[in-house]
Unconditional design. Structure first.
Length: 443
């Protein structure tokens, strides 16, 4: 064989196709206390699959039914398993009995003191602190073990407490150990995300009493707030319809939570929040408003103007009949007042932009720290912003991307290969929720 092309021209092709796991923004998690399967969670793609594990009366099945029954429904859902709540128990030991010394146990930020006498004993100090704690208002019960130690038990299963111990002497005269750890929806969610974090919407299965539901709602809202997730709940809490300020809508509104949306519904047992998620989750984030959505299988509420005004003032959501059509007629906002579609669209933009740039980095041998290299990052930012424009989340012709010039990048950042200072801005496309039209008719 004579000379071949490959002897003269050598072409090497590198496939820049490394894939990364993309975060899903349409996957709901139904989380409840059950023992239907051995795993911590399972994925389902149809209600028939759910029925293989659950009874039609199970809360998890009812939530899944609402998710899968909508005109559009998620491709898959996750059902997670949580343990029942457990009350926290700490054991406090008086290690050193010091005379005329103030011993302090601080529970949830509230200090409880006992001043020892001139002939102090560990039994006396423990007994004194037990008495002080039980006379206080913290939801903790102290029990004297009559051996220089005492137990602190949370009064409510799933409600954790904090504890700090001190004295005004030269050293710490007390110590504590956690005998039984607190178990709650928050601790169980924290465990689950270590196993599977590829879900966006959280739905909690109902518990027996309203007090238990309110406990779960408050803890789940606090858990979701610092994460790129969204939590929706519904509850038939009567005070939500009034001017009261101690209902769950008011409590979460005061906390200005931006990742929890509350819904009043007398049909809470049918999981209207799951139906709402099931209807909108398949849509591209930011491309659709959550208002005006029609929910299958949910009974609309009949609300008077005062109740509607009260719900709106608390950033509450509701489902009612308007002109013969059953729709979400509230503004579809989270506790802090922002629109749900803005939160979800922003999360999607933030995550996809990071994934896009990461893909560039892992599929490129080297991006030089030059204006050309900065331009490569800029191009990825612009490309993702354009997708958000095309999807209707950002307003066309409003995008401004400003990359730093290489000469302005500090040497210290170059030394650690950290590109900082690339900024962008854009206007939200928004949505029309109300229209005002004026006209004149004449002969």
């Amino acid at each position: 064989m004579g000379t071949e092309i490959k002897d003269i021209v050598v072409v090497n092709i590198t496939r820049e196709t490394a894939k990364i796991t993309r975060t899903g923004f349409g996957t709901p998690l139904v989380f409840g206390v059950h023992s239907k399967f051995a795993e911590d969670y399972k994925q389902y793609t149809s209600i028939d699959g759910v029925l293989e594990d659950f009874l039609v009366t199970d809360e998890e099945y009812l939530a899944a039914l609402a998710l899968f029954s909508q005109a559009l429904s998620p491709e898959k859902i996750i059902i997670g398993k949580r343990a029942a709540n457990v009350a926290q128990i700490d054991i406090v030991t008086v290690d050193t009995a010091q005379n005329t010394t103030t011993y302090t146990a601080t529970i949830n930020g509230t200090a409880f003191d006992f001043l020892s006498d001139a002939d102090a004993t560990d039994l006396e100090i423990a007994d004194g602190l037990v008495t002080a704690i039980n006379l206080g208002a913290e939801p903790v019960t102290a029990t004297d073990n009559v051996d220089g130690t005492f137990d602190l038990d949370s009064d409510v299963e799933g409600d954790a407490f904090t504890l700090a111990l001190s004295d005004d002497g030269t050293g710490s005269g007390m110590s504590s150990i956690n005998s039984i750890a607190n178990v709650s929806v928050a601790t169980e969610l924290a465990d689950l995300v270590q196993l599977n974090d590829d879900w966006y919407f959280l739905i909690l299965s109902r518990r027996i009493t309203e007090a238990e539901q309110l406990q779960d709602i408050a803890q789940a809202a606090a858990f979701v707030e610092p994460r790129l997730k969204a939590y929706l709940y519904s509850i038939d809490q009567a005070t939500m319809l009034t001017s009261a300020t101690d209902d769950i809508l008011s409590v979460l509104q005061a906390l200005a939570y931006e990742r929890t949306a509350g819904m009043y519904s007398a049909d809470e047992d049918a999981y209207p929040e799951a139906a709402w998620i099931g209807r909108v989750a398949p849509e591209t984030p930011g491309s659709v408003t959550w208002k005006f959505q029609q929910l299958v299988g949910i009974t609309p509420d009949s609300l008077n103007s005062t109740e509607i005004a009260n719900l709106k003032s608390k950033n509450g959501n509701f489902f009612e009949t308007v002109a013969g059509v059953n729709i979400i007629s509230s503004e579809a906002v989270v506790a802090g007042g922002e629109f749900i579609d803005v939160i979800r669209g922003s999360d999607k933009l933030q995550t996809r932009m990071a994934e896009r740039i990461f893909t560039l980095l892992v599929n490129t041998d080297k991006i030089p720290f030059t204006n050309k290299g900065i331009g490569a990052i800029e191009n990825e930012v612009r490309a993702e912003l354009q997708i958000s424009v095309d999807e209707g989340f950002l307003e066309p012709n409003s995008i401004i991307v400003t990359p730093p010039d290489i000469d302005s990048v500090p040497a210290a950042e170059k030394a650690v290969r950290f590109l900082d200072g690339l900024t962008f801005s854009g206007d939200l496309a928004g949505a029309i929720h109300k229209a005002g039209i004026e006209g004149t008719l004449s002969l």
